[in-house]
Design a protein around this ligand. Structure first.
Ligand SMILES: [Mg+2]
Length: 333
């Protein structure tokens, strides 16, 4: 897989391997080979294996092919049909050596199989190889949507999050709000204090966001350099305004010195937008009413304030699909 993603021995040793075999002697032999190296769990039927996977996702499954109840092949097919479990590598342990038996194993979605009686060295090597690949894939998946500096999501998740949130808002008839933060005078901060301190400043602001935006359904994203975006399901205009105020205060409370800002400390400005799926007003008029009170007065300095999409270009860009969705009646699509 990827030679640049290294998997530590500790991570490997923490891997959970589910051993499924209806013969207790076979499962005990395999368990004794593996339990000193990995975290092992033994079950004796396909049903109990599927039950286990509903509660805990193992990193690898060793699966007997012939079992009473649902077979290993059927168990594997069910695991591969479920989005939660389809990434778990399944290695069959089988005494069936003919060509058809092998093809059946591949067709069910396994990554490999070993034959009974089990050769311990082969089993250990195969398992280690598949586990490393699995853990690397997990890590790459996490890296692809996490921002390395702040630990927030990165903008790759935005399209999916917005689409899901809009669908949910429409179905449930709950408002959806979006909030965008921009660090005021951040270029000057970076120029004056240097990029390392700039990164530290962004990390502290990201921590403030994590503190304020806490519900499990809320999604906080590092949108770009010093821009952050929060997607807030089931949040109305009053709710998002409250959160925006809390964020302004939370960043002020950090008291990060900023010699090049008129306030002498680091501040953020927040753009907010609320989409309400069904309104008694025409949706276009509704949206314009939502936006109006938050249009930034032109005589205000652009720091430490709450802005509307009308005065915040990036937010307007992000909200464009939502606005379009809101303005066109759903039946007209
Ligand atoms: Mg069996």
């Amino acid at each position: 897989m990827n030679q640049f993603v290294s998997i530590s021995e500790e991570l490997l040793a923490a891997s959970v391997i589910l051993i499924v075999d209806d013969d207790p002697v076979n499962s005990a032999v395999v368990d004794s080979l593996l339990s000193g190296l990995y975290q092992t769990v033994v079950t004796h039927s396909g049903e109990s294996a599927l039950d286990f996977c509903q509660k805990t996702l193992p990193d690898l499954i060793l699966l007997d092919v012939v079992m009473g109840g649902i077979s290993g092949l059927e168990t594997c097919r069910k695991l591969k049909q479920n989005v939660e479990t389809q990434h778990i590598p399944v290695v069959f342990i089988t005494s069936i050596l003919d060509v058809e038996g092998e093809i059946n194993c591949w067709d069910a979605g396994c990554v490999d199989f070993v034959t009974k009686p089990v050769n311990g060295v082969t089993l250990l090597n195969r398992i280690k190889s598949h586990l490393v690949s699995k853990l690397q894939a997990d890590m790459l998946r996490r890296m692809s949507y996490k921002d390395g500096l702040t630990g927030l999501n990165n903008r790759h998740v935005l399209d999916e999050v917005l689409e899901k949130s809009m669908l949910y808002a429409t179905r449930s008839d709950h408002p959806l709000s979006v909030m965008m933060l921009d660090v005021d005078w951040f270029k000057l901060y970076n120029d004056y204090y240097g990029h390392l301190q700039g990164d530290d400043c962004l990390r502290q602001i990201a921590d403030s966001i994590k503190e304020v935006v806490q519900r499990p359904t809320d999604v906080a994203i590092r949108f770009g350099g010093e821009e952050f975006l929060c997607v807030l399901p089931e949040t109305d205009l009053a709710g998002v305004e409250h959160l925006a105020q809390a964020l302004l205060k939370s960043v002020l409370d950090l008291k990060i010195p900023h010699a090049k800002s008129p306030l002498n400390i680091v501040t953020v400005s927040v753009g907010i937008f609320t989409f309400k799926p069904k309104s008694t007003l025409s949706q276009r008029r509704y949206l314009s009413r939502q936006i109006k009170p938050y249009t930034r007065p032109s005589n205000l300095a652009g720091i430490n304030i709450i802005l509307s999409p009308m005065s915040c270009n990036e937010l307007r860009l992000v909200c464009a699909p939502i606005v379009e969705y809101a303005i066109k009646p759903i039946g007209a699509r």
